[in-house]
Design a protein around this ligand. Structure first.
Ligand SMILES: Nc1ncnc2c1ncn2[C@@H]1O[C@H](COP(=O)(O)OP(=O)(O)OP(=O)(O)O)[C@@H](O)[C@H]1O
Ligand SMILES: [Mg+2]
Length: 366
């Protein structure tokens, strides 16, 4: 058996830990069709928690139920690209068993631009409606997933929302699932870009419990007949903090240790695996997240790292010499970047595991 762990963005893990029931409402929506609340869902959560993986799981579920799927990331022009995918799907279906060709829609495809021209806008909606009618005849529908929604161009997003709302009003079978960083998604919903999105089912993905991770490690290694004692499974699980990406990293390096070991996995092997996992998490997640920050952003973060838990914004102001509204601005910027999160009134905490430790061991010179 080869190493089953997948410490790569968006890659399906061997065991989807702690997500039981998360897609139940969506699955129910696939059954009852148009207008079901579960067909309008937003996944939010910290970097590396497993949002893209959940989108993939929802897509698989939709495909297994015979629904068509269009999967996009919210970079510039995504609404146009969704339109193009709908055109291709319509063509496919037109050739399908019902033999119904939708010639009226086989007009020129969309160009990838951030703004659709007015005639393209009309076309998009007509094209979508035609596709959805074809799918409805077959008793299924279309699910559109959009990842990284926090980065979406507001004008594009409100267009997509308006069209989808229109389809729902016509009783057409459409599902829309988004994923994005929590604070930025909240801003987006509060900006009133698309009021109808506020009614979406918002599912905030959290870290798994240590017990669940421990059980998963024990089972995965037992299946491969790799002896891992209960104590060591617990230790490895604790080192992940229940955080999805670290679960994959620790599992992956532990598996490598077992491939190298001539004997059973011991405490040293677990310690080496954990250290390797942490180093990789630092490089892939922490340094990448920090690379987009400014010097003042880092001052803010460094001031937070002086605390052992959530920091008060008053203390951050005192430590950095920032005035309250500057503190407020940097707080908002860092939340949008997914680096920090609110932790109660006047408090903020780090949103990425290991970030505090990283900042403490690599202090940024001022
Ligand atoms: N429920 C889970 N149990 C175990 N591992 C998981 C789970 N969900 C995701 N993973 C693993 O965690 C890692 C990150 O997953 P994913 O890329 O979906 O996160 P994300 O929230 O989309 O991150 P980002 O914000 O950086 O896009 C992947 O290696 C994936 O295999
Ligand atoms: Mg992702």
């Amino acid at each position: 058996m080869e190493n089953p762990f997948r410490p790569t963005a968006g890659a399906t893990p061997p065991d989807l830990i702690g997500r039981g029931g998360v897609l139940d409402e969506f699955a129910y929506g696939l059954r009852i069709g148009s207008g079901a609340p579960g067909l309008l869902t937003i996944f939010t959560g910290a970097r590396g928690i497993g949002k893209t993986v959940m989108l993939g799981a929802a897509e698989d579920l939709a495909l297994n139920n015979g629904w068509a799927v269009v999967s996009e990331t919210a970079t510039g022009g995504f609404v146009g690209r969704i339109g193009e995918s709908m055109r291709l799907l319509t063509n496919d279906l037109g050739d399908g068993p019902t033999g119904r060709r939708v010639t009226a829609l086989s007009v020129a495809g969309f160009s990838v631009t951030t703004q659709l021209a007015p005639e393209e806008q009309v076309d998009w909606r007509a094209r979508g409606a035609a596709l959805l009618r074809l799918l409805a005849q077959r008793g299924t529908g279309l699910v559109i997933t959009v990842d990284e929604i926090h980065a979406a161009d507001r004008a594009e997003l409100s267009r997509l929302a308006a069209d989808v709302q229109h389809f729902i009003r016509e009783g057409l079978p459409i599902g829309l699932i988004f994923a994005g960083l929590p604070a930025a998604v909240s801003d987006l919903l509060n900006e009133g870009v698309a009021t109808f999105l506020r009614r979406a089912d918002r599912i905030d993905l959290h870290a798994a419990s240590i017990t669940e991770v421990e059980r998963s490690f024990s089972e995965t290694f037992a299946e491969a007949r790799i002896p891992l004692s209960a104590n060591l499974a617990r230790e490895a699980a604790e080192a992940t903090g229940g955080y999805s990406f670290l679960i994959q990293l620790v599992g992956y390096h532990l598996w490598q240790e077992s491939e190298r070991a001539s004997d059973d996995l011991d405490a040293e092997a677990v310690a080496r695996a954990v250290a390797a996992a942490r180093r990789r998490n630092e490089r892939v997640v922490i340094e990448a997240a920090l690379s987009t920050t400014s010097g003042r952003d880092r001052d803010f973060l460094q001031a937070m790292a002086e605390d052992r838990r959530a920091s008060s914004t008053t203390d951050i102001g005192a430590r950095t010499g920032m005035r309250p509204n500057a503190v407020g601005n940097y707080r908002a910027r860092l939340m949008d970047a997914g680096l920090i999160e609110p932790a109660g009134h006047g408090l903020v905490d780090f949103a990425i595991p290991g970030l505090r430790e990283y900042l403490t061991s690599h202090p940024i010179a001022r």
